[in-house]
Design a protein around this ligand. Structure first.
Ligand code: ATR
Length: 277
């Protein structure tokens, strides 16, 4: 088989060397015996337009994933951006078909699939943080059917902006009140960078959070963040952030290679080995 018959894909970021996506997609390519490749492409912000134009000229490309800092900047370089990516305001996946580049976002899907089997109630969800990741989480919570969504962020204005973007009853609370708003919540989601390896821990008192509530963190390094450890100690159910990464890759892989891949324990262990866990 010649190289030209191998479908190309990858992840574009700066820096990109820490990305687990090559490990994840290459596991599937091998498992399903697909003639494809998935590489990490280190592309500086100023090089992005050229990279995208070259991609357009290369018929071997099936598409790429985008990661920091390109998810927003890439939008104006594409032929089409679908509704979900437009609402979230970021593209994490490009699909190349018939000479056209389509941008979509699979982060909300990944978040949703990761927590779906563990949700106990859909009355009230509390979201901590209003950065880029929060938009996909809010979109997913709306689609999952949570009737009340409360968001709090250190910088209140950012949360206010999100509440106007995501058309869903969303109340914004002050960061100082984050302990009180946990009362009666069915779900607590941390979308801030607090708790990530090298960052300070999230300071929060979970006393008012029902023991039946599900707690999840989109951070996956470490796998058990201080928030998850604290929740585990008091008996709450947990979902770590790695599953979101695994699940968000499924629709992209399917669009590029035509096969619905599976998120399995074997995949999880393979990816975990990539972060030394
Ligand atoms: P991105 O947009 O890529 O998600 P970000 O802008 O760094 O990344 O957002 C990270 C989130 O973590 C934000 O909600 C941020 O709060 P601010 O909007 O107030 O910056 C939150 N965050 C980061 N450091 C924090 C800290 N020390 N205390 C509280 N929140 C923090």
């Amino acid at each position: 088989m010649t190289n030209s018959r191998i479908k190309k894909s990858g992840v574009v970021g700066w820096p990109v060397s820490h990305s687990l996506s090559p490990r994840l997609h290459n596991f599937w390519l091998k498992k399903y015996n697909i003639a494809g490749e998935y590489k990490a492409y280190p592309v500086k912000p100023e090089e992005l337009p050229d990279f995208i134009n070259n991609l357009r000229k290369d018929n071997d490309f099936a598409g790429v994933n985008l990661t920091i800092p390109h998810k927003e900047a890439v939008m104006e370089l594409l032929d089409e951006v679908d509704d979900i990516a437009t609402t979230i305001g970021a593209v994490n996946t490009i699909i190349y078909k018939n000479g056209r580049l389509l941008g979509t976002n699979t982060d909300a899907y990944g978040f949703s699939e990761n927590i779906k089997p563990f949700i106990s109630g859909k009355n009230k969800a509390v979201v901590l943080g209003a950065g880029g990741a929060a938009k996909a989480v809010l979109f997913a919570l709306k689609q999952l059917g949570f009737s009340e969504i409360i968001i709090t962020n250190r910088t209140r204005d950012r949360a206010e902006i999100l509440s106007s973007v995501i058309s869903h009853p969303l109340s914004v609370k002050n960061w100082e009140n984050r302990n009180e708003i946990l009362k009666d919540a069915d779900l607590l989601v941390n979308t801030t960078s607090l708790g990530m390896t090298g960052k300070e821990a999230l300071e929060i008192d979970l006393s008012l959070l029902p023991k039946t509530a599900l707690v999840t963190d989109i951070v996956y390094s470490p796998l058990i963040t201080p928030l998850l450890a604290q929740a585990q100690l008091r008996g709450n159910r947990l979902v770590d952030g790695l599953g979101m990464l695994l699940h968000q890759a499924v629709p992209a892989f399917e669009a590029w290679f035509g096969l619905r891949s599976e998120v399995t324990e074997e995949l999880r262990q393979h990816v975990l080995a990539g972060i030394g866990l």
